[in-house]
Design a protein around this ligand. Structure first.
Ligand code: GMT
Length: 364
């Protein structure tokens, strides 16, 4: 098949899922066309790929560049010139709307969107997007989401007249696997985040303050960048935790930090799936997550880690302390996490679900 993948090029989960899916589809013999406004981060590690850049010319009248239209025109052009069998957008705003616009130029064009997260549970609810978004999604050939939580959320908040298939995100054990941890005299906690408010990253610093009172040899790795990063840095200083926290910025090689990690933390206020938690599980790392959104579909309480109430800083500290004090429990949760990652979220389980969906809509 010839498949067009439209995604954001950044470190965000939807961009990663789109890119990794495209790469897996290439491995399985498909011709994949990556479409984005710049080369996706994870493609930078690859040698062979087809990439189409969405190029917007400046014009003095434009205060805001009309990205949605330029992307739609590119998709329409690709449909004509490359005879793409199916276009697959990751993150609905504005990608799904551009796909729908392009389909207006050729009704035979097949379009699918995967609804990832804040495109639906935050931005999409706003009147500034909702009417057009809903109409575009209703004109798609197929829709998928990344968790049962997301499907339920869409049912409750949108008028979508088609079935929405849940296809979970996946993790490649070749890229995220357990590497024997080096001997060290500290316990390392990690948090991978875009430091937006929904991630509740400051809760981790507050919990760490309680933890180091009992165990001064606990250190936290904060990976990523975003609006609350500066606040987190300040909080670390005011709470006297400067020496217990390392801020790393965005990293292409997350597995390198994960191999030093003993406990992974993701206490978000909402999370449609929590790809970072799955990547940690794949590396045999126990996870402490909140019970928000689709997180409990990934991290299973008392099997792969602990699931706490969102915002429960004391509960977070208590769970960290339980795992800090119990190496055997860390190993047990880590092992189970990696087993579930391999069985339920393996590319060989997930990618064929997308292939089958593509085939179904192409044959229709
Ligand atoms: O939706 C977002 O806030 C961003 C999006 C992204 O592009 O990173 O993340 C969402 O999609 C990921 C991949 O499916 C999920 O793992 C994240 O849980 C989800 N984020 C939220 O729901 C906040």
């Amino acid at each position: 098949m010839k498949i067009g993948i439209i995604n954001y090029p950044t470190f965000g989960g939807s961009g990663i899922v789109g890119t990794e899916l495209g790469l897996k589809l290439m491995e399985r013999g498909h011709e994949v066309h990556f479409i984005s406004y710049q080369l996706p981060e994870r493609l930078k590690l690859e040698e062979k790929f087809i990439f189409h850049e969405v190029n917007i010319l400046s014009y003095p009248l434009f205060k805001y560049k009309p990205y949605t239209i330029v992307l739609a025109s590119l998709l329409s052009k690709l449909q004509k010139e490359e005879q793409i069998d199916v276009f697959h957008a990751h993150y609905a705003i504005p990608h799904s709307i551009s796909q729908h616009l392009a389909k207006l130029t050729d009704p035979n064009m097949k379009i699918i969107s995967t609804l990832h997260g804040s495109d639906i549970h935050l931005l999409g609810l706003d009147d500034a997007y909702k009417p057009i978004l809903e109409n575009s999604l209703n004109n798609h050939d197929a829709l998928t989401t990344v968790s049962k939580f997301m499907t339920k959320f869409i049912d409750e908040h949108y008028s979508i007249e088609k079935d929405i298939q849940v296809i979970y995100n996946f993790v490649d054990p070749e890229k995220f696997s357990h590497i024997k941890k080096p001997e060290k005299d500290e316990i390392v906690l990690s948090h991978v985040s875009n430091f937006r408010q929904v991630k509740r990253s400051p809760d981790i610093i507050k919990a760490l303050a309680q933890v180091v009172e009992k165990h001064p040899n606990v250190r936290l790795e904060m990976i990523g960048q975003g609006p609350e990063l500066e606040y987190c840095r300040d909080l670390a200083i005011t709470m006297g935790l400067k020496d217990n926290i390392t801020f790393r910025g965005s990293l292409l090689n997350v597995p390198r930090v994960l191999c030093f990690t003993d406990i992974f933390l993701i206490p978000s206020a909402i999370e449609s799936f929590g790809l970072a938690a799955l990547e940690a599980m794949s590396c045999k790392i126990p996870v402490i997550s909140s019970n928000a959104g689709g997180l409990p579909e990934v991290n299973v309480h008392e099997k792969t880690g602990f699931v706490i109430e969102t915002g429960d800083v004391d509960g977070l500290a208590e769970s960290i302390l339980t795992l800090v004090n119990d190496e055997e429990l860390r190993k047990k949760f880590g092992k189970e996490g990696s087993r579930i990652a391999r069985e339920k979220f393996h590319p060989d389980v997930i990618v064929p679900q997308y292939e089958n969906l593509y085939k179904k809509i192409i044959e229709k």
